[in-house]
Design a protein around this ligand. Structure first.
Ligand code: HEC
Length: 125
């Protein structure tokens, strides 16, 4: 009985995690709305340009402020761009402020979508 319960629980957990995050549908609108205005070519605050060609400008690209990559596919806790959404960056050897600056932090659903997208391999999907 306990084994059956464990299997049922595992199936339920897998179903809850099965949501695939899409870069185009879920991630890009967040960046466009909250980030790109300060990270545009010619006005790349913090030395970071996020537009155009956003995916190529962050996935596997070294951060200037820290020893980490901006997005390290599979590893949100080693992805500096993700860390700046929840922390100033100092905890991982970076500096500066929580992003986006001059605005409230992203809400939990947005942060979770970014995290899941990175965990799922930061695909260009
Ligand atoms: C109002 C302008 C502004 C907004 C909006 C903004 N940033 Fe920034 N960003 C900066 C500035 C200025 C710096 C450098 C100083 C600092 O880190 O506090 C920076 C630095 C960064 C860095 C460090 C770059 C590196 O190479 O190490 C990352 C990553 C970053 N921002 C991501 C984001 C993300 C993601 C968003 C949206 C959620 C965002 N920023 C929104 C102004 C902004």
């Amino acid at each position: 009985m306990i084994r059956l319960l464990a299997i049922v629980l595992m199936v339920a957990v897998n179903a809850a995690q099965a949501q695939t995050i899409s870069f185009a549908r879920d991630v890009m609108p967040i960046l466009q709305h909250y980030c790109v205005m300060c990270h545009l070519p010619g006005a790349e605050q913090g030395g970071l340009g996020l537009y155009p060609d956003t995916w190529n400008r962050m996935v596997g690209v070294p951060s200037k402020q820290s020893p980490l990559l901006l997005i390290d596919p599979g590893s949100p806790n080693k992805s500096y761009l993700y860390i700046k959404l929840i922390d100033s960056g100092e905890s991982v050897g970076g500096s500066g402020l929580l992003m986006p600056i001059q605005q409230p932090p992203l809400d939990q659903d947005q942060i979770k979508a970014m995290r899941l997208w990175i965990e799922q391999g930061a695909q260009q999907n």
